[in-house]
Design a protein around this ligand. Structure first.
Ligand code: GLN
Length: 280
């Protein structure tokens, strides 16, 4: 399974964050400790997204995200130290990839997937993703009756790559676009909850560890994989594995939804379909 990392807080060097700690995201690419039978190393590329303005304020959520990705192993790319080391941001979403068997190894399959001010990463797999996600689109059409986006499974053709993760991003992006206090999706947390529950309805063995950021807040789900949280008054980090021995790291149990900003973290149980509850 891939490893991912999200940060919000005072400006950090983007390269420094990726290299931070004895068990940095960088070293998790070749020496992860908790892959849970989802591959061995994360050598199929990497990606980093950050928000351009270093002085994100209350309008931070509107700041555009930008990114760098490479399909090669992260340790082969000097840009991590030489370029990303020169850049600072108040928020970062980064991932190293272990491609699921049968999925392409190419730059556009590497997380983070982005859109305007959102960045997204998926650690996991949706078995039989083409059939599963076609059924999910039909379900979302019933829930989001005003969203024309889900009228046809052809929406999945918008995926940047032929992977489960890229297709999940198309659906999540669509749900984020439906956020409305009066609608079925009132928040990013709602969008994640709805997507996870709907995918699990059709594919109970799907692994859906999702990470979402908008430059001022982070959201994560645990669904058959690890996630740890480090939240202080100054910063918030969500990471597949802790990058250091700081005793404030909190391990998140399975089937949770995490929302984190500096000084604030909520962890709530995902509401899952009945078949999923039986299995868990
Ligand atoms: N299935 C996704 C991919 O192939 C994620 C893989 C993973 O988490 N290891 O990109």
């Amino acid at each position: 399974m891939c490893r991912h990392l999200g940060y919000v807080g005072p400006p950090v060097g983007i390269g420094e964050l990726i290299l931070r700690g004895p068990h940095s995201l960088y070293s998790q690419s070749w020496a992860p400790v908790d892959m849970r039978a989802g591959g061995t190393i994360n050598a199929d590329g990497f990606g980093v997204a950050w928000w351009r303005r270093a002085d994100v304020g209350t309008e931070g959520a509107r700041d555009a995200v930008t990114r760098y990705r490479n399909h090669a192993p992260i340790w082969t790319d000097p840009a991590v130290a030489e370029v990303l080391g020169q850049l600072e941001s108040r928020s970062v979403v980064a991932a190293v990839r272990s491609a699921t068997v049968g999925m392409p190894v190419e730059r556009c399959a590497c997380a983070p997937f982005t859109d305007e001010h959102w960045a997204f990463s998926h650690n996991g797999v949706v078995p039989d993703w083409r059939t599963t996600l076609v059924a999910v689109v039909a379900d979302l059409r019933e829930v989001c009756t005003t969203a024309t986006l889900f009228d046809s499974p052809a929406v999945l053709l918008q995926a940047e790559a032929l992977t489960d993760s890229a297709a999940l991003w198309v659906l999540l992006r669509g749900l984020l676009g439906e956020i409305d206090p009066a609608g079925p999706v009132t928040s990013p947390a709602d969008a994640l909850q709805l997507l996870v529950a709907t995918v699990l309805r059709y594919q109970p063995s799907a692994r859906l560890n999702l990470l979402l950021g908008n430059g001022i807040q982070l959201w994560g789900t645990t669904c058959w994989h690890a996630l740890s949280v480090l939240v202080t008054d100054d910063f918030a980090v969500l990471s597949s594995e802790p990058y250091d021995a700081d005793p404030r790291w909190q391990s998140v149990v399975d089937h949770q939804l995490v929302t984190a900003t500096p000084g604030h973290c909520t962890i709530t149980a995902l509401e899952l379909p009945a078949t999923e509850r039986v299995r868990s």
